[in-house]
Design a protein around this ligand. Structure first.
Ligand SMILES: C[S@@+](CC[C@H](N)C(=O)[O-])C[C@H]1O[C@@H](n2cnc3c(N)ncnc32)[C@H](O)[C@@H]1O
Length: 242
């Protein structure tokens, strides 16, 4: 992906920066998530599972799966045949593995250390690919979109849950104030790594809005791209169909 000159250097993801942040905050990631989103993240994940239109025969790939909350929501609510939970930070996946140990549903759950920009899977091998709060941290989003398009079967769905741009300007200003102040303070307190959370909030503000992200997905070859705003557009779920 060409470097976007509008993104300030401190908001730009690099592999080293992102791996270092998530390997450090892995043990406290879930607690931070629940507190900072006031628990709303669970309903965002439920809506994401619904948008994926999973069936009992689906093979699902969850990218940048971190501590596995979206993976587990998919296994519990969507009950596909299989789901592979992947991330390039093993410390995050270890937390997810512990959650899967308590799962007693029908879905086969696997884990693998994978870079979402370079997928070690055959063409047309998945029915659904999901990513929750992951594409924002990719240095090369276009590579990820191309790779997902390649590994999806024809008609397969790429479901992207990500922070987005609340369309109503006064609400957006309030929300940006929240992420500039509360998020670094709370994240710093929980993990001792305040700069990591300053980066995370800057990356949220620098991330493309709903229309621009849909345009990038189209450019990667997806035919139909739709999205739905959740919680006034704080997050959006994009669905790109191959
Ligand atoms: C904010 S967490 C989201 C975790 C989880 N999907 C969720 O919904 O809570 C972002 C995750 O993306 C992972 N990540 C970032 N860049 C990645 C890449 N290039 N390949 C794989 N995982 C990546 C990080 O390691 C981290 O676990």
């Amino acid at each position: 992906m060409a470097r976007d000159a509008r993104i300030p250097e401190e908001a730009r993801p690099t592999t080293e920066k992102v791996q270092s942040i998530f390997s450090t905050i892995a043990p406290e990631y879930d607690r931070f998530n629940k507190l900072s989103s006031l628990g709303i993240d669970r309903s965002w994940r439920r809506r994401t599972v619904k948008a994926a239109r999973i069936t009992r025969s689906s093979h699902v790939l969850d990218l940048a799966a971190g501590t596995g909350d979206l993976t587990m929501a998919i296994a519990r609510l969507g009950q596909p045949k299989s789901i592979l939970s992947t991330d390039f930070v093993p410390e995050m996946l270890e937390v997810g593995k512990a959650k899967a140990a308590d799962y007693d549903g029908p879905t086969e759950i696997g884990f693998s250390v994978v870079d979402a920009q370079d997928l070690p899977f055959a063409d047309e091998s998945y029915d659904v690919v999901t990513v929750g709060f992951g594409v924002r941290n990719l240095p090369d989003r276009a590579a990820n979109f191309r790779e997902v398009h390649r590994v999806l079967k024809p008609g397969g769905r790429y479901v992207v849950l990500e922070f987005s741009r609340p369309p109503f300007a006064p609400f957006r200003a309030l929300y940006h104030f929240y992420i500039r102040t509360v998020i670094p303070a709370l994240g710093g307190k929980l993990t001792g790594d305040r700069p990591a959370f300053e980066y995370l909030n800057k990356s949220i503000e620098a991330f493309p809005g709903q229309v621009a992200l849909a345009g990038e997905l189209h450019k990667a070859g997806f035919g139909e791209v739709t999205w739905r705003n959740l919680t006034f557009g704080i997050v959006a779920v994009h669905v790109a169909v191959k």
